[in-house]
Design a protein around this ligand. Sequence first.
Ligand SMILES: Cc1ncc(COP(=O)(O)O)c(C=O)c1O
Length: 355
Amino acid sequence: MIDNLVRNNIKKLKPYTCARDLYNDGILLDANENSFGSTFQELEELHLNRYPDPHQVDLRNAVSKLLNVDANKLFFGVGSDEIIDLLIRIFCEPKENQVMLLEPTYGMYKVACDINNVETVAPLLNNSFQIDFAEVEKHYSAKVKIIFVCSPNNPTGNLLKKEDILQLCRTYKSIVVVDEAYIDFSEPTASLIDEVKNYRNLVVMRTFSKAWGLAGVRLGFCAANEEIISYLFKVKAPYNINALTGYAVLKSIANEKKKKSAVSAIISERLRVENELKDISAITNVYPSDANYLLIRLPNAKEIQKELAEKGIVIRDRSSQPKLDNCLRITIGTKEENDALLSGLKILLQKKEVK
Ligand SMILES: Cc1ncc(COP(=O)(O)O)c(C=O)c1O
């Protein structure tokens, strides 16, 4: 079934063969590297004068152990943003095929489609920001090769129902990509990663940019059946994951307790900030969140966002997205940062009331 969804040129593609596919030790005079060593001397043990492992072996093994997912079902990209782009390139014929997005959602799916000249269809989520199957059905056709589902959804913050997502996988002959960038901030059973062995058209995407605190190193990954993974390896740039990124992530995985303590601090701050925001009368909605941010609705959102930025507190105006007029998205920061946000917001809203 997966083969039938893949673009013909990708099926026929002869991938670039890496210098290190066959031999990777000995006297290495095969890849035009600099045998005299790297000019960056602080981390000599990384051998940065050499190209990194194109097969991502150490990362696959480490994440396989961490999440109990078969290493052959894992693929790493330069952030999940690279994986979004590669999936579109594998499955969607420009100007012919379509991608389905469930709006309001993460903006990069549409940008990646626009870059690839692939049309999007965008049924709206329902008023609880869950999948509206009647809407999906209205927008679905055989042209739709990928359905992107973001859970927890950015910017609304809520998990989408697992059973609904699996129903999409069962109902439609398309690839269903579930973006779990924020899953570490949700209840522990929320992920669909264990389902990739049961659903051949399911791709579960994750990132090290959020809970792991590694946005600067750019590493995302996905879990999927081996057929999809082999196409991702076929189309990726030969050495997409650089050695410094690999090093930082392997060290971080060994330091998982730091991640766990940050996640629990963020979750307890989320609860505190949520309660404080609910006490501010000008705020009409504080949406429940399974992520590391909160979505709120209040009059004059655009103006408030701008005035807060002038005070040095930067949050995101999401008002232009469907169903989100007058909505702002606030990332949960440290206690001090959250206090500054809360007091800045209260002062601004009080001033408006006095006027
Ligand atoms: C839902 C979602 N997916 C993916 C990303 C991007 O992740 P990465 O840093 O791995 O490219 C973001 C970043 O904000 C996001 O909100």
